[in-house]
Ligand binder design. Structure first.
Ligand code: F0G
Length: 351
């Protein structure tokens, strides 16, 4: 197991002090892989790369922020943490709470969380409730709960979460000694786009890069409050991870967009699922549907106005495909059954 982000990036994490426990499950140091076959399909000429955050210990980028948030909670003497979640935050919170010996409390929107994520939260011993409402409602309740009880709130409104997530930008800069031209990323509660922007700015301040990338954020069309310019009361999308109508980090996401000369756009569920399938079939990378929103967005932008040849773009793939096996199976053809016999198998496979 690697030492994790608290050890690796101690000098870039201002809130990390001598009394902060160096908690780790080996998060960070995720693959940054070239995606030439995908680029040829969706944006010919673009130098496309994938930052596969599904390789973190609990299968999503949330581990980067959670390790710092939980370490700071331990430092502050907390015995319990709480979050609302579309799934990944709860899986990460439950795992790091277990690692640190804390109790995790989790509120999930009823019926709207992918199976793998729910399994993780339960298996790690979190106390999980399914709220009769959406993520935005659940977030409001846990904020009230944390205000009334000595329980640390570990949603991305906790600044330690965003700070920990800046380390992904540091890793991208470290790989090339410079920032890419653009970063494409799904946007839900908008903490991650805010964290990357902060991370790229801090990398420049630290002298590790000379410039910052354009930040390109993508929301699912049925859950696109920032694009529409108003909260969405009843968000919907197949990409349940980003089914959010009132993003907590709305303002910092808009600042990241505007200060970087970037964009935040909507992509349809159909575009998301197409990109999700292309990632798996052209590059061998299995992410969850929401994670493909950045790829769908790059395809959309390139079709409208092609990026200049050689433009280096990193798409952040935020979570692992095994989080949502139901969706993969639902999108696949029915499994053909065959007799246990070579001739029958030959006929079925080779025609
Ligand atoms: N991709 C995945 C796989 C996610 O789980 C999330 C957020 C996002 C993208 C969006 O990131 O919220 O920082 O803009 N999931 C949260 C959760 C809301 O509860 O797991 P964001």
């Amino acid at each position: 197991m690697t030492a994790g982000i608290l050890a690796r990036w101690a000098d870039r994490l201002p809130s990390l002090g001598p009394a902060t426990p160096r908690l780790s499950l080996g998060e960070g140091a995720t693959p940054l892989v070239a995606a030439p076959r995908l680029a040829a399909a969706i944006a010919p000429g673009v130098d496309l790369h994938l930052k596969f955050e599904g390789q973190n210990p609990t299968g999503s980028f949330k581990d980067r922020g959670m390790v710092l948030a939980v370490a700071k909670a331990v430092e502050a003497g907390a015995h319990a943490i709480v979050c609302a979640s579309t799934g990944n935050t709860s899986a990460s919170a439950a795992a790091y709470a277990a690692r640190a010996g804390l109790q995790a409390f989790v509120l999930l929107p009823k019926g709207a969380v992918a199976l793998g994520k729910l399994a993780q939260a339960l298996q790690h011993g979190a106390r999980v409730l399914a709220v009769d409402g959406n993520f935005d409602v659940a977030l409001r309740i846990v904020q009230d709960l944390a205000a009334r009880h000595p329980i640390a709130l570990v949603n991305s409104v906790n600044p330690h979460r965003v700070e920990g997530q800046t380390t992904a930008a540091f890793e991208i800069v470290e790989a090339w000694g410079e920032a890419p031209d653009a970063l494409a990323i799904p946007v839900g509660n908008a903490g991650n786009i805010s964290a990357y922007w902060l991370g790229f700015q801090r990398a420049v301040t630290a002298g590790a890069a000379t410039r910052t990338p354009r930040m390109l954020g993508f929301q699912a069309a049925g859950s696109a409050p920032i694009v529409r310019g108003h909260p969405i009361d009843d968000p919907h999308t197949v990409a349940t991870a980003i089914k959010i109508g009132r993003p907590a980090s709305w303002r910092t996401a808009v600042a990241a967009r505007d200060e970087s000369g970037g964009a935040i756009e909507a992509v349809s569920d159909e575009q998301i699922l197409r990109a999700w399938s292309q990632l798996a079939r052209l590059e061998g990378v299995f992410c969850e549907p929401a994670s493909a929103a950045g790829v769908a967005g790059v395809a959309q932008m390139h079709a409208r106005t092609p990026f200049a040849p050689g433009t280096r773009i990193v798409c952040v793939l935020t979570g692992h495909g095994l989080k949502d096996p139901d969706r993969a199976i639902a999108c696949a053809p029915t499994l053909a059954e065959v007799a246990a016999d070579i001739t029958a198998v030959e006929r079925a496979l080779l025609g």
